[in-house]
Design a protein around this ligand. Structure first.
Ligand code: G3P
Length: 214
């Protein structure tokens, strides 16, 4: 299991890594578009801070250009950079082509059949968008469960990294549905360990222990 930060904000990355239980960082083109630095610079910076994998999504127009882009970004830090390839049949062929050199993550997986072919192509990670699938299809966690069944039937080795998660309960439901890993924005990540009743219990303990010393 691993908890990842979904962000390109360097301060967020630092804060997440200071927690000591965050395994790596995922990025996507929409997040990249919000910062002024080039994607290469952002990935270089995040690799310098993250303890583990740093996911970069290829965006070039053709499979040949995406392969070139992917190899160039992977070369930034071969131990850390994990390529994200969006789920299309054309891109599954790219995942299979890169497999001898680079194991990829297949992202934007919205069906069991895409998960199946991604596994056959040699994907290391399958990335479903939980909240987006709930909004567009009804139940993002049943999508995670379907993908988990595919992985189990094939006996791995792909792992599910659930993305597009907007709340702690959605995070937990994704894990219970079979996600091996989660990627979360910083606010959701920071709220995972909290609960109002825990705060209440802590306040009571503090109050009682204060009284006991009086
Ligand atoms: O990395 C992609 C994923 O996090 C998308 O999330 O909120 O745009 O559905 P969202």
């Amino acid at each position: 299991m691993g908890i990842f930060l979904d962000s390109v904000n360097i301060d967020d990355v630092r804060k997440a890594m200071e927690l000591g239980f965050v395994s790596g960082v995922t990025t996507n083109p929409s997040l990249m578009a919000k910062v002024s630095e080039s994607p290469r610079k952002v990935i270089e910076q995040i690799c310098g801070i993250s303890v583990g994998p740093v996911f970069y999504q290829v965006t070039a127009d053709t499979p040949e250009e995406r392969e070139k882009e992917g190899r160039e970004f992977h070369a930034i830090n071969p131990d850390k950079v994990m390529l994200k390839i969006p789920a299309t049949t054309e891109n599954m062929a790219l995942v299979a082509k890169l497999k001898p050199d680079i194991r990829c993550a297949v992202t934007a997986v919205f069906s069991g059949h895409q998960a199946y072919v991604a596994c056959e192509a040699g994907a290391r990670y399958l990335i479903p968008y939980v909240n987006r699938a709930t909004r567009l299809m009804g139940d993002g966690c049943s999508l995670v469960a379907e993908i988990a069944s595919v992985v189990e039937t094939l006996e791995g080795p792909a792992e599910i990294l659930a993305a597009s998660i907007k709340s702690p309960s959605e995070a937990m439901n994704a894990v219970l549905a079979g996600a091996h890993h989660l990627t979360l924005p910083l606010d959701v990540l920071l709220s995972l360990g909290n609960h109002p009743l825990s705060d209440q219990a802590i306040a009571e303990f503090n109050q009682n222990s204060g009284r006991s010393h009086q």
